[in-house]
Design a protein around this ligand. Structure first.
Ligand SMILES: Nc1ncnc2c1ncn2[C@@H]1O[C@H](COP(=O)(O)OP(=O)(O)OP(=O)(O)O)[C@@H](O)[C@H]1O
Ligand SMILES: [Mg+2]
Length: 491
């Protein structure tokens, strides 16, 4: 509970990441809602929509299913979603052209249930909101379907990447006040919140999540822009490369679970004997997402990082791990389980599928099969993808000399991809080599769940502090000063 305008109300805290959405109440230890940020959507006619969907905004009692479909034809027909949202009457679809609308499926069950022609998409690109319709629908889903709150009654606290732009922040504040009619709003940067959750006002935050890995210095609760780096070599990139490795080393096409009707036991490495379902009109994005889901499970079960330098001969004699895919194909995975995650540390040597785009600070750097790393015309001509220890070291080195020792002794590792066994030891080992004689201290939350929602937790703690009260942007301030107030008040 927070005191807002003399009343005790719960502020809502929402963290939309590249892989997961976390939402809940300020002051709580864990988010109430944790669902994938990959959202299904399909074109439907208004008639189809009204026949099959539930109105969610005015049917709180009705939506006991946490993954209910979202939609309300009445609001869509009126063509005025903002008015309806503000009034709590509910439009959660986007009108494309007369007679059709896009219906969204959010939540674990909904987005991974097969439907003909259902596309899968995330609202973010390099951590920045690129699809505002999906983003809005995600807030909508969190408030009305899951938390069952009226956003017009609760201050809203949201997270953003450190490199978010002023214009995107303005769109965010507009969404909060114009569409959801929130009484107050605040947006804060991920690394500041992670540092806050770790009890550190100053530190270097290395976040290796699903879609991006970033290194950002935080000093006294503020992001230092110097040296801030992000790239798309993170959990999803690793899973894409595992897909390529399985094809290259085992001639294995990963069959996602939704296509398997029945499977039979086979020996290790033998072709699968599975009966597959016929799924006509499957959108390629859905099939790919489901394949990635299968690979994420494989990766999180068998993969590991070498704790010290990657030594092929030493790793070859380590125990193999068994793994069975959804169609029954199974393997004893040997040194391969170390090879692909090594990309996080040596991207130029271990990337298998070099056609995948690598982006550093939002610009493409291309990997040439024969000559290593080259720049592209539109990209970053001299930049190379960086290993994680190098990202940390370069970021700290770009900061003022007197700050550096504080950063080296407060390195905070966060994000789901830091959970690879061996990850923390390896970062420590390499940093000792890069900065000999420097006092290096790495902080990682002991609780693994906290590494996946440290940012949300920081927001929950910060927004529930009594002293935070004066920081909220009130609706009145927004109406008086316009959207640009977000760039003045949310530093
Ligand atoms: N035990 C594990 N071992 C290795 N990787 C893991 C483990 N658990 C989760 N991951 C990976 O972590 C990634 C998700 O991390 P996280 O929850 O930090 O993402 P996010 O904050 O939503 O995304 P982003 O930071 O890119 O916006 C996924 O790629 C997932 O496969
Ligand atoms: Mg994250």
């Amino acid at each position: 509970m927070v005191i807002y305008c003399g009343d005790e109300v719960s502020a809502l805290v929402v963290d939309v990441g590249g892989s997961w959405i976390r939402a809940g109440y300020a002051g709580e230890d864990t988010p109430k809602v944790v669902v994938p940020s990959w959202v299904g959507s399909s074109e439907v006619t208004e008639d189809e929509a009204s026949a099959t969907t539930k109105t969610i905004r005015n049917s709180k009692a009705d939506s006991q299913d946490p993954d209910v479909e979202m939609g309300d034809a009445t609001a869509s027909q009126s063509g005025s979603s903002s008015k309806d949202a503000a009034g709590g009457q509910g439009d959660v679809r986007v009108k494309n052209e007369p007679g059709t609308c896009r219906k969204y499926y959010i939540g674990d069950t909904q987005a991974s249930t097969w439907r003909p022609n259902m596309d899968i998409k995330t609202p973010l690109e390099d951590g920045l909101v690129a699809d505002w319709d999906i983003y809005e629908n995600i807030w909508n889903y969190c408030f009305y379907n899951r938390l069952r709150v009226q956003p017009e009654e609760n201050p809203l606290f949201v997270t953003e990447v450190a490199w978010n732009t002023p214009s995107l922040r303005e769109k965010m504040v507009e969404l909060a006040f114009e569409k959801f009619n929130c009484p107050a709003f605040y947006v804060s940067k991920d690394p500041v919140l992670t540092a806050f959750a770790s009890g550190k006002p100053t530190g270097l935050v290395l976040d290796c999540g699903g879609t991006t890995t970033s290194a950002v210095a935080v000093f006294d609760g503020y992001v230092l822009k110097k040296g801030q780096t992000y790239q798309n070599i993170a959990g999803d990139f690793i899973s894409e490369q595992i897909l390529a490795q399985l094809k290259q080393d085992y001639q294995k096409e990963v069959v996602p679970r939704y296509r398997v009707a029945q499977k039979s036991a086979v020996g290790p490495g033998e072709p699968a004997k599975a009966v597959l379902r016929d799924r006509p009109n499957t959108a390629p994005s859905f099939d790919h997402r489901m394949q990635m889901q299968a690979i994420h499970e494989y990766k999180e079960t068998v993969c590991q990082i070498s704790e010290t330098t990657f030594d092929l001969d030493a790793l070859k004699v380590r125990p193999q791990k068994p793994y069975e895919f959804p169609d029954g194909y199974n393997l004893q995975v040997g040194v391969q389980r170390y090879q692909i995650p090594e990309i996080l540390f040596q991207p130029d040597k271990f990337i298998v599928d070099k056609t995948r785009e690598v982006r550093l600070n939002g610009k493409a750097v291309s990997l040439s099969a024969n000559t290593g790393v080259n720049g592209t015309g539109s990209g970053n001509a001299t930049a190379k993808p960086l290993g994680i220890p190098r990202m940390i070291y370069d970021c700290i080195s770009a900061c003022d000399t007197d700050v550096r020792p504080h950063l080296f002794s407060n390195i905070i590792l966060t994000g789901g991809s830091t959970l690879f066994p061996g990850f923390v030891d390896r970062v420590n080992y390499e940093l000792q080599g890069l900065a000999p004689g420097q006092r290096i201290k790495i902080q990682t939350p002991g609780n693994t769940a906290e590494r996946k929602f440290g940012t949300w937790l920081g927001g929950s703690i910060l927004s529930s502090l009594g002293s935070f009260h004066q920081l909220w942007i009130s609706k009145q301030e927004y109406q008086d000063s316009g959207a640009s107030i977000v760039n003045k008040k949310c530093q």
